[in-house]
Write a protein that binds this ligand. Structure first.
Ligand code: UFG
Length: 320
């Protein structure tokens, strides 16, 4: 397929673009490099550096089989302090993209949605039928886009799939996580292992979980990318389907740090810090729907494998 990948210079977008190329697809990446890196765009793709809202119409006029829409502002904390950046950057940009998709009759759209659309869950693991009550602006903007996509599917026959990511981690060879402002647990812990930080702060040890630290469902970025390929194949005209992507197993912050100690051989000092605003205690996915309807089978579910791949990527970058 001839595919447009928005945000293909970012973490998940670059890994997905790489997997699409490995599977024989033709890929154009569009990214404004506001948070991505030009050298993360996989070789073999065509790279257009542009504002997506501005460029989408001209690009899609060339005739594409589908769009994979990764480009987004994605820092939960920042979204609470600067909501305009999120409503404008996520919702308005996506509406402009949807209009371009409609205008040029692009048949398929795969969208990066998030577990943050659910907010504090009533039941764990969380199924797609759980109420969507986001507790932060980031999740609210992603949910708004999900609603817009549903309307476009119904009204204009778009075949769309939203994938609700839980905690994405790991790396796909040379493609991995390298945020300028790092807030995610595993990369932060690995910075401590590289002696770039003194210690990791554990945000709260009084949560209602087994060891008192927050529990998350970590998913390998390569497994996540492969779900996008399956979503493209399974998009049906006029339907908007939503799938959770996680492994269905929760690991606490302490367990993640322990795994990182085992993988890196570094003592990784950790200290308890106050809770972080907006953090739910436990987020674990029920991904049965993706397994059943997309035949998605995560192959790299083991947390040590996820950390090992992130560690190999981080060290390789450190060594230049
Ligand atoms: N944490 C720490 N110390 C840190 C960083 C994180 O204790 O230095 C804790 C957090 O409090 C949380 C867990 O580690 O309990 C995971 O935190 P991350 O920041 O790595 O990930 P989040 O669960 O907050 O968020 C991720 C994505 C969001 C997405 C969300 C949905 O980054 O974009 O999952 O589940 F919305």
């Amino acid at each position: 397929m001839k595919l447009l990948v928005t945000g293909g210079a970012g973490y998940v977008g670059s890994v997905c673009a790489a997997r699409l190329l490995e599977n024989g697809h033709e890929v154009t990446v569009v990214d404004d490099l506001s948070t991505g890196h030009a050298d993360a765009v996989p070789p073999g793709s065509t790279f257009v550096q542009a504002d997506i809202a501005e460029a989408a119409g001209d690009l899609l006029a060339d005739g594409y089989d589908g769009v994979l829409h990764f480009a987004a502002k994605s820092l939960v904390g920042e979204s609470m302090q600067d909501p305009h950046k999120y409503w404008q950057g996520n919702v308005l940009t996506s509406l402009r993209l949807l209009e371009a998709v409609r205008e040029h009759g692009t048949p398929r759209l795969v969208f990066s949605s998030t577990a943050a659309t659910y907010g504090e869950p009533d039941t764990v693991p969380i199924p797609e039928t759980a109420p969507a009550r986001p507790t932060n602006t980031y999740g609210a903007t992603k949910l708004a886009i999900d609603h817009a996509i549903s309307s476009y599917a119904t009204a204009h026959g778009l075949g769309a799939v939203s994938l609700r990511y839980f905690n994405v981690a790991g790396a796909h060879g040379a493609f991995g996580e390298r945020h300028t402002v790092e807030t995610h647990l595993i990369p932060i812990v690995l910075q401590v292992a590289l002696d770039q930080r003194e210690q990791v702060q554990m945000y709260g040890d009084d949560w209602p979980t087994e060891d008192g630290t927050c529990v998350r469902d970590y998913i390998h970025v390569t497994d996540l990318a492969d779900a996008h390929l399956l979503a493209l194949d399974n998009a049906r005209p006029g339907e908007h389907r939503i799938y959770n992507l996680g492994n269905g197993t929760g690991f606490s912050v302490q367990q993640v740090i322990e795994t990182c100690r085992a993988v890196t051989g570094h003592p990784i000092p950790a200290a308890v810090a106050p809770r972080r605003a907006g953090d739910p205690a436990t987020l674990v996915a029920a991904s049965d729907r993706a397994r059943e309807e997309l035949s998605w089978k995560p192959k790299l579910a083991d947390l040590s494998t996820i950390v090992r791949d992130a560690w190999d990527f981080t060290r390789a970058r450190q060594q230049g």
